[in-house]
Design a protein around this ligand. Structure first.
Ligand SMILES: Nc1ncnc2c1ncn2[C@@H]1O[C@H](COP(=O)(O)OP(=O)(O)OP(=O)(O)O)[C@@H](O)[C@H]1O
Ligand SMILES: [Mg+2]
Length: 297
């Protein structure tokens, strides 16, 4: 397996602020890599360093196995990206904006333009000037610009910013299709944890500038969450009993009754209810979600 993105000890300081520290990232060929972190965690700063938009204070970046600074033009030809706001000419149409990208890139067939506009869902508006576009439409145009040169690696910083739920869906299908059927590797920063969970195969979690987890999504979610759904017709009594058990960490009294406890004690928990005459109709372990995982860090 080739690492399309690899960093070694990558860091960036802004004055005294260490925005990113000692980052060892790895995005493998074929990945849809989700890059997660709270506001200010350092995602955009990292992406800017990967793309050579700002200089690292420490460490190095390899793209396609080559040291990125020394092979800049060579490697960047194969990278598509969208960082924060897309750069376009507002008085030109989407089609004309893409034509400029096409001419600058060289050697791409003209038919690719309508194809990519179709893919991002802008076909119906491609001859309107971009200044007339909504925020979500501009974002779609930015994604189209990143995809047009058919890059092997696409790096997107919060691509679904400003998109409606249908737009988020649409971009998700597009990413999955480009990945499965066209072999494109993606690195995507996002705050939408559920989106990442159903789209990405690997995630990196950044906290205060440091990478605290880098792991396959499947492996993260195979860990048990410790949450149990408890089904009983004597809810109030059950809650009182559960709250009195020292190994119960939390009781959630929503529509469904949920408790968090060490999985090794789940059988004891059942016994505790039953011995007090509370019949238990269900005791279902809850699957770990990326949100549970994220919040626990
Ligand atoms: N040009 C800059 N000058 C000074 N500080 C900066 C600069 N760019 C980023 N920072 C600081 O670096 C830290 C990381 O910012 P960054 O934009 O990388 O976070 P982020 O993870 O992308 O956050 P968000 O989810 O809000 O986009 C923040 O504390 C930010 O204030
Ligand atoms: Mg950011």
């Amino acid at each position: 397996m080739v690492a399309l993105v690899r960093t070694e000890g990558l860091g960036r300081a802004f004055g005294r602020l260490r925005a990113v520290q000692d980052l060892n990232l790895e995005v493998q060929e074929g990945d849809i890599y989700g890059f997660l972190g709270l506001n200010g965690a350092g995602k955009t700063t990292t992406i800017r360093m990967l793309l050579g938009l700002i200089r690292p204070t420490t460490g190095r970046v390899w793209l396609f196995g080559k040291e990125a600074r020394r092979n800049f033009i060579d490697v960047m030809r194969h990278v598509g990206s969208l960082v924060e706001l897309p750069a376009y000419y507002p008085h030109l149409t989407a089609r004309q904006n893409l034509e400029i990208v096409r001419l600058a890139t060289g050697g791409l067939p003209e038919s690719l333009i309508s194809e990519v506009l179709e893919r991002v869902g802008l076909a119906g508006r491609m001859d309107d000037p971009v200044r007339m576009y909504s925020q979500g439409m501009r974002q779609r145009l930015g994604i189209a610009m990143a995809l047009l040169p058919r890059p092997r690696l696409v790096i997107l910083d919060e691509p679904t910013n400003g998109l409606d739920p249908q737009g988020v869906n649409h971009i998700r299908s597009l990413v999955i299709d480009m990945n499965r059927n066209h072999g494109v590797t993606f690195m995507i920063s996002s705050h939408l944890l559920h989106e990442v969970e159903i789209t990405c195969n690997r995630v990196g979690l950044l906290k205060e500038g440091r990478l605290i987890v880098q792991e396959a999504v499947e492996r993260l979610l195979s860990q048990t969450s410790g949450w149990l759904h408890v089904g009983t017709d004597r809810r109030e009594e059950a809650i009182a009993v559960l709250k009195g058990l020292d190994y119960v960490q939390a009781v959630e009294e929503g529509d469904a009754l949920r408790v968090k406890a060490d999985p090794a004690r789940h059988a004891d928990l059942n016994a505790a209810l039953v011995t007090r005459g509370i019949r238990v109709s269900a005791l279902t372990p809850q699957k770990m979600t990326l949100e549970d995982f994220f919040l626990s860090r």
